[in-house]
Design a protein. Structure first.
Ligand code: ZN
Ligand code: ZN
Ligand code: ZN
Ligand code: ZN
Ligand code: ZN
Ligand code: ZN
Ligand code: ZN
Ligand code: ZN
Length: 435
């Protein structure tokens, strides 16, 4: 019999007993019920008990179905156990004398077969309803059911939007940050349009797509895949039709001719303008002129993806959105050229900026100069800072917004400040933009 049918049948039986009872009310003295009344009371409580059991079973069954649909959510429930197990195994491997094997923080204990592990470990919550109906629920089964129900009803805060969600609607990442489905999906989709977020990552670790894949439509998955191709292409060509301007995949390029599959415009891959014969490509002179102007304004071209990057802070070290690091002066891969690693003049300007930002009121000149000198020294020491370690919060509150020096957005609540190099960045950039 199907669960629902049995529940319906029992409920009906219960109603009949209750009806019977109300009809026989007052036909016997209180405290002295006839045997039939006692029997029917026993029967009633038996039915009630069984009905509760069936309802629990139904609930557990629908959870089991939900889990099969989203195996990932349940896999995460065991994350801490897996982590602990992995740590133990790693420690014992170390004792056995494999000290050089790298300690993994993400992939090896947390791969996509984790649901299978869960099943193998006997934690299966796939219920065989027919079997369960034939036999009394075993303790192990009841415990398991209670455990699953408990875990699924646990509430968690999303570390990004601070909203509270039930466990299955949150995703615990290998870095131990917990995202709600909405926030994680937004990160992946934002990363398709903003290379500084690509590949989607948290705490400097790329987030495997399978964490969100099930929640994405086929269009969304396609744009994630397209972004991957675009951002891994060096010297990209975009459609020269300004109304289109889509990225043209390498497979749509023949020689120096890029063919847009959307609007059929042809683009020259050398000068990025409309396609023309090789002989009259204005690429080199025009490009050189643009580069000279750009350079004067503090821009340099990324050697890897060829986009222009603006120089900021005092250092000659530039980091492109694509992750490439290069020298501001000559454009070479960072630390491969003999150029100075910072420019004294710009470094002092930056030191002044940092000192003034921290000062509560305008400083007397002597004090200002002393602090700027000190700060310039600190910046020289830390010009290669990658902002690792703890970034203390600077709380807002006096009606002044903080500007994130990475994404340029205004923040009112707080900003994070690197104690080494004094760069100030927002919490989102710390989580998702630092490499
Ligand atoms: Zn969220
Ligand atoms: Zn994280
Ligand atoms: Zn086009
Ligand atoms: Zn050209
Ligand atoms: Zn680049
Ligand atoms: Zn250089
Ligand atoms: Zn730093
Ligand atoms: Zn930011």
């Amino acid at each position: 019999m199907l669960l629902d049918d049995e529940i319906a049948a029992l409920s009906l039986q219960l109603m009949e007993i209750e009806l019977d009872e109300s009809e026989s009310k007052g036909k016997y003295a209180a405290g002295n019920p006839p045997d039939t009344k006692i029997a029917s009371d026993n029967f009633q409580s038996e039915i009630l008990g069984h009905l509760d059991f069936l309802k629990d079973l139904k609930m557990a069954h629908s959870i089991a179905c939900a889990v099969n649909v989203d195996a990932h959510a349940i896999a995460q429930l065991t994350e801490p156990e897996k982590r602990a197990r992995y740590d133990r195994e790693y420690a014992s491997r170390l004792q056995e004398g494999y000290p050089n094997e790298p300690y993994t923080t993400s992939s090896s204990y947390n791969d996509s077969d984790s649901f299978q592990d869960l099943v193998d470990e006997g934690n299966t919550i796939n219920l065989d309803v027919e079997d369960a109906l034939d036999t009394e629920p075993s303790n192990a089964y009841a415990d398991q059911q209670a455990k699953v129900l408990g875990e699924f009803s646990q509430m968690h805060e999303c570390d990004v939007c601070y909203e509270i969600y039930r466990a299955p609607f949150t995703i615990l990442l290998p870095c131990a940050d917990r995202y709600c489905i909405g926030c994680l999906k937004r990160l992946f989709l934002d990363a398709t349009a903003d290379e500084s977020l690509f590949p989607a990552r948290c705490c400097r670790q790329p987030i495997p797509l399978h964490y969100i894949q099930r929640q994405c439509s086929s269009d969304e998955l396609e744009s994630i895949q397209n972004a991957e191709i675009e951002f891994s292409t060096s010297d990209r060509t975009y459609c020269s039709n300004n109304d289109c301007a889509r990225f043209i995949k390498p497979m749509d390029i023949t020689g120096s001719q890029a063919n847009c599959p959307y609007c059929f415009t042809e683009t020259c891959t050398a000068c990025k303008a409309g396609f023309h014969e090789d002989t009259d490509c204005p690429a080199d002179p025009a490009l050189q002129a643009t580069l000279t102007v750009a350079n004067e304004q503090g821009w340099q071209r990324c050697y890897s993806c060829r986009t222009m990057v603006e120089l900021d802070h005092g250092c000659n070290h530039m980091t492109c959105k694509c992750g490439a690091e290069f020298c501001y002066i000559c454009g070479a891969n960072w630390k491969t050229c003999p150029c100075d690693q910072w420019n004294e003049e710009r470094l002092v300007v930056r030191a002044e900026e940092v000192v003034n930002r921290a000062a509560l009121r305008p400083l007397p000149e002597m004090e200002l100069n002393r602090r700027v000198e000190e700060m310039a020294d600190a910046l020289r020491q830390n010009h290669n800072c990658t902002h690792r370690g703890w970034l203390p919060r600077v709380e807002g509150g006096n009606g002044q917004a903080f500007r994130c020096e990475m994404c340029a957005r205004q923040h009112w609540r707080f900003i994070l400040r690197c104690p080494q190099c004094h760069v100030q960045i927002c919490a989102d950039c710390r989580r998702n933009r630092l490499r």
